[in-house]
Structures are given as structure tokens and as C-alpha cells.
Write a protein that binds this ligand. Sequence first.
Ligand code: NAI
Length: 293
Amino acid sequence: MGRDFSTIGVVGLGTMGAGIAEVFARQGYAVVGVEQNEESLERGRQHLENSTGRAVERGKLSAEDQRALMERVTLTTDVAGLAEADLVVEAIVESLGAKQDVMRAVDAVVKPETVLATNTSSLSVTEISTASSSPGRVIGVHFFNPAPVQALVEVVRTVVTAPDVLEDVTELLTSIGKAPVVAGDKAGFIANTLLFGYLNHAVTMYEGHYATREDIDAAMRFGCGYPMGPLALLDLIGLDTAYEILDTMYRQGRDRLHAPAPILKQMVTAGLLGRKTGRGFYTYDGPDSPTVV
Ligand code: NAI
């Protein structure tokens, strides 16, 4: 590894940021967590304490190690706190403008060799990188939720990401027990591109009355060994979220596999969002099955 990573900055301590901070703090790295205000900072601290507390309860971490872990984490609302960071992972809300603002602010306070990473799921890493004075040091690191549990990290290289940045980040992730894979800068990267193409195809099959929802799901569970069928999985993800993801991928990649099946939009409009509203492809709160086609 060319770079010596010792301090990791994380901007945004929500679901993903708090998990990413935990991943590095568990591995002995000093972590600086940055939030936009005191209230969110406190929520981030709670998130970290609860998550590591659960690890203690399950016997995966000693109480002493949890204390030491929390001591390695410095929390602040001031980006200047990132001055010593060797890698900064941005995990704020999924908004291009907000991410570019953070990128600009972080770029101004860190060392020239510091790597700037974004955890974006669907925005263009290239566009985010244009807010840095040196886009060559910008890279995507797409962790999966929950970050402390899921091994996969999709490392996203833009056309200008420096080769040594890609190499160092990949090595760092491997050294902390993650499974990095490298992909180009296109919404969906590897896993979601393939997964959502498949989920969308299942919806098309259902929409065309080719097979029942139960049989579509059963085929994938009992024939392909998937833990869940595609329609049940869509209900879990949320049909609104799935629609947005597909639509974004379709607009960026122009692959018709990702053109959202029309019924998805209709179900979202009708409020059938899946488990969170009690009804999607299946009904979760009563004996009746939904009539959606
Ligand atoms: P979240 O809404 O839970 O957390 C975002 C956090 O960023 C909030 O705590 C908010 O206070 C903070 N924030 C917003 N603006 C800020 C600023 N200017 N400076 C510092 N902090 C700021 O969002 P979540 O789910 O953690 O997602 C974060 C990023 O990770 C997004 O880009 C999302 O697309 C990506 N992602 C999300 C996954 C998920 O399953 N939730 C999975 C993989 C990536």
C-alpha cells in the first residue's frame, strides 16, 4: 500500500456513515466523524454506541474493546477536524449539490495526498469529483447496509481516478476484511445493476400474467436457492425505492432491462409500497391478497 492510512474521516453519520465509522474504528483506526449540527452528531454517536453495544451483548466485542473503540472516534461539526485524515468517506444525503458542497469544503482542509471517497449509490462519482481541486484523488466506495456486517464494497473509479488511489483504497479495504470489487462510474455499479434488472424482469413476468407471484417467487427460491423470491424482495426493499433505483439506472445507462415495468409506477402511485404500507405484491396486514392487475 503506497499510502499510510491511519486517520479516517467520515462525513454524515446516518445509517451508512455511522456504520462506516464503526468499521474503521473496530479495526483500530482513528476516526473523525463530521455532522452538520449538534443534534445529528448526537444521533450519530448514539447509533455507534447502540451498534457496538449490541456487539457486546452478542459476545462479539468486549466491553473494554467497545470503550477503546469509542475513544478512537472524535466527533465534530467542523470539517476542519478532517485536517489530519488520510481518507475521507462522504456519506451524507443523496443529493449532488450537497455532496459537491461537502467535497469542496473537505478538499480545502485536507492534505494533498488525502483520498476523498463518496458512498453514493446512484449519483455520478465523476460529477461529485469535479468539486475537488484534484479529481484524481476522488473515488467511490459503495458500502452495503449494514456496513459492519456486509463484506462487499464496490469501489468506483472514474475516468480520472489515479491508479494509485484505486490500488491503495482496494488494499485498505481488503486489509480490514472487506471484499472490494471495482466498477466503472455508472449508477447501479455491479450488484444493483444485475439485481434490479432481475427484479424488474420478475415484475414484467407478473404484469404479463405469465405466472403467479407465488410461482415466480417459488421458482427462484426452490430452483435457484435464493433466500427470497423477487416479488417478496421488492416488497421488502419498498416499491418506491425500487422504482427510483431502476429509473435512475435507466436514465444513466439506457439499458432497457432497467426501464421500470409500468405496473411498478402504478403500484407506487396507488400507495402499494410493499411491507412498509402493508401491501405491495403481497398483503402483510390481513388475510386478503391484493388485486393489483
Ligand atoms: P441518512 O439520511 O441516514 O444519513 C445522512 C446523514 O448525513 C444524516 O445524519 C445527515 O444529518 C447528514 N448530513 C447531511 N448533510 C450533511 C452535511 N452537509 N455535513 C455533514 N453531515 C450531513 O442516509 P444514509 O442512508 O446513511 O445514506 C447516506 C449515503 O449513503 C447516500 O449517498 C446513500 O445513497 C448511500 N447509501 C445508502 C445505503 C442505504 O442502504 N441506506 C446503502 C449504500 C449507500
